[in-house]
Design a protein around this ligand. Sequence first.
Ligand code: NI
Length: 163
Amino acid sequence: MLNRPADPVEDVKSAEIQRLIADMIETMEDAGGAGLAAPQVHVPLRIVIFHAPSARNDGAAVPLTVLINPVVQPLDERMQVGYEGCLSLPGLTGAVPRYVNVRYSGLDRDGAVVDRVAEGFHARVVQHECDHLDGVLYPSRMDGLDTFGFVEEVRRAMVEQKE
Ligand code: NI
């Protein structure tokens, strides 16, 4: 389920989809994650959810956002490397280059259009979650696997490098 493209949602307002979104929100909150994609709960549909506290996003909180059938476009070529983790790869982390500035659009849980620009952490979360819809996990976006490993090991290696 994690490695094939997910299908578009046809009827956003169906009870089934509304229930799925509620389940996803609960799962993300239980896990303490910044985002979740439907394929991660074994439903191959194009739905992602995410949020970001202001402390992680340069002071600008991103409210809980439900994005259905999303489209993400980079606004320029600028990329930035940052550490990511994923509920599908528990305990692991790695440094991943992502576009700094993106525009994304899709539908919210009521079927209304969402159309936003995002930068930094916000843009990173959106790219990470939308990758799940195409079966892409962050290690395959990394420039190499030197920074990929268990959080404790990577942290230790970073400290040793500085010494
Ligand atoms: Ni993930």
